[in-house]
Design a protein around this ligand. Structure first.
Ligand SMILES: *Cc1c(COP(=O)(O)O)cnc(C)c1O
Length: 395
């Protein structure tokens, strides 16, 4: 098919040409005296992205899922109790991993389309007078349903009860797109990956660990080896890794961090909110459809999960967009399969890319018999962009 494939899944996201070029490098010796320059630039740069002075960024040659596992096995003892809430496929899978690794997993089961409810965490933690819960898990941005949760509010719950549990946050589809504050929110482990807001291919697990979590890692008895924080921290201190790192990924990461900082992290967040606003305008004002996210406070600025009307199959819309219009929309996962299609609006994107996503979704819906008004989505999104400022200064 001629022309580009338009990639609007919420990860992997589009890799900027600058990052692609930075990754085309010959292989080199990862034990050379020059290597630490690259490794330390990545680690130092990530501290600014995580907004941390005291936290330690760690890079695993995995995807985000590897960092979920590392968070649990490095800081907990076998059989420890953890508290998680599930309201979408990713929050569900992390809780499921806790169970499969043998942790006593308390789950706050919520409707898909809702976000983490601080009151539910409060009730569970208040009832835990003996402080058996050792870790509290929150998914900051549930990519399956397009729902963002308030991590700071969960921190306040822990503080108000004086509960000592570690706070783990899945920021895989939030970091470098939606505000994340490691130190201010006293997050103990933040879990992320390379292929979403960081605009890289998949292949790096990007995580950040607080001093409290590193302390726990010194004595925690859950078995782990490849994903051991201690080995990483020891080697990273001098700019090396305990095993062979993916050097092109590190060059790409250094370039991606430079791009994020040239734009300015706060402007990056503004751009994501602005681009998301146009997509939501298409959904609500143009197509008169609904999002899976049930309440405006939960609307995600990195992904929209759009509900097709009752009686239609969202999977057909996605298939049609791909085969006829060379456009990749995100699938509905698990409980929302066939009910939603997703438009990712994170990473390296701009207004015209969003208009393309909206246009492709619109024609694919029309082809599937969904009665949206032709042109209504692009008109609403275009009007939104014309009426709002792409920069913080102009806002
Ligand atoms: C993508 C994603 C994951 C899984 O990350 P992988 O890199 O695919 O292992 C986990 N959580 C959330 C919220 C995600 O969006």
């Amino acid at each position: 098919m001629a022309g580009r494939n338009f990639l609007f899944v919420p990860g992997p996201t589009n890799v900027p040409d600058r990052v692609l070029r930075a990754m085309v490098v010959p292989q080199e010796d990862h034990r050379s005296p020059k290597f630490p320059e690259l490794a330390l630039a990545c680690i130092q740069g990530l501290k600014r992205i995580f907004k941390t002075e005291t936290g330690t960024p760690i890079l695993f040659p995995s995807s985000g899922t590897g960092c979920w596992e590392a968070a649990l096995t490095n800081t907990l003892n076998p059989g420890d109790t953890v508290l998680a809430s599930t309201f979408g496929q990713f929050s569900f899978l992390w809780a499921d991993m806790c169970r499969r690794l043998g942790f006593d997993t308390q789950v706050l089961d919520l409707e898909w389309g809702e976000g983490a409810v601080p009151e539910r965490y409060h009730a569970a933690l208040e009832a835990d007078r003996e402080h058996r819960i050792k870790a509290v898990l929150v998914c900051q941005n549930e990519t399956a349903t397009g729902v963002s949760s308030d991590v700071a509010a969960i921190r306040r719950v822990l503080d108000s009860l004086g509960h000592p549990a570690l706070l783990f946050v899945d920021a895989v589809s939030a970091l470098a797109s939606i505000d994340f504050r490691m130190d201010e929110w006293k997050v103990d482990v933040c879990v992320s990956g390379s292929q979403k807001g960081l605009m890289l291919p998949a292949g790096l697990g990007v995580t950040c660990v607080s001093p409290k979590a590193l302390d726990a890692a010194r004595t925690a008895k859950s078995p782990r080896c490849y994903f051991d924080y201690n080995d990483m921290v020891k080697n990273n201190a001098t700019g090396y890794f305990p095993y062979t790192p993916s050097i092109p990924m590190l060059y790409g990461l250094r370039e991606a961090i430079a791009m994020l900082e040239e734009e300015g992290l706060e402007q990056v967040f503004h751009r994501h909110a602005y681009l998301a606003g146009g997509v939501r305008a298409a959904v609500f004002e143009g197509w008169k459809l609904r999002l899976c996210a049930r309440d405006p406070r939960w609307y995600s600025d990195t992904v929209s999960a759009i509900m097709v009307p009752e009686g239609f199959d969202a999977a057909k819309v996605i298939a049609r967009a791909y085969s006829r219009y060379n456009t990749s929309l995100g699938a509905g996962l698990s409980k929302v399969a066939g009910k939603v299609f997703r438009i990712g609006h994170l990473g390296d994107s701009n207004e015209v890319m969003m208009l393309a996503a909206v246009a492709a979704a619109e024609v694919a819906m029309l082809d599937c018999g969904i009665p949206v008004t032709p042109g209504s989505g692009t008109a609403a999104a275009g009007s939104y962009y014309r009426a709002h400022s792409p920069t913080r200064e102009g806002a």
